[in-house]
Design a protein around this ligand. Sequence first.
Ligand SMILES: [Fe+2]
Ligand SMILES: [Fe+2]
Length: 181
Amino acid sequence: MEQLIADLLAHPKVIETRDHMHHSIPKHDHLLRSVKYSSRFAKLLRADLRTCVRAAMIHDIDSRLGTLTTHGAVAARWAAEQGEPEAVCRAIISHMYPLGPAPTSREAWVLVLADKAASLGDFRQYLRGLINGSSQQIRRRLELSDPYYCQRPRRPRHRLLHRRLLNRPLRPRRRRTRAEP
Ligand SMILES: [Fe+2]
Ligand SMILES: [Fe+2]
């Protein structure tokens, strides 16, 4: 199966996803997990394996340039520019269903299911890493390497605390006046 995506694995655009954060883990992990589930579901649903695994490897490329509902179209456009067949692009567009457009092919349904299954796997990976501290380390590394996080203005960690306690203007205390006897 790796032969079907060998060229994509060597593509700089895919390689850079090792330094991008996605579901609090490297995006590259999410893409590979999606490929794994796509190959399983492709066999179950008798879909074209090559289309499914290539669509899975690309489906979240440049996702930050779109929204939850439109980033499928962003990745599909990139795939088309790379010369991917229409079937691959079509599967990518609808991978966020029911957010965004509905799948229009068997391969597109495979990617919808594979992406959801992979997202659950991502969550499990993150939770497991919380126990030995590796998730926190990876998150810190990705915050430094991911351009989206580097360019984002830093917010104070305890925003609510700052606003509620530290930034609250001090009101002068009212003096209690003793009631006259
Ligand atoms: Fe996505
Ligand atoms: Fe995804």
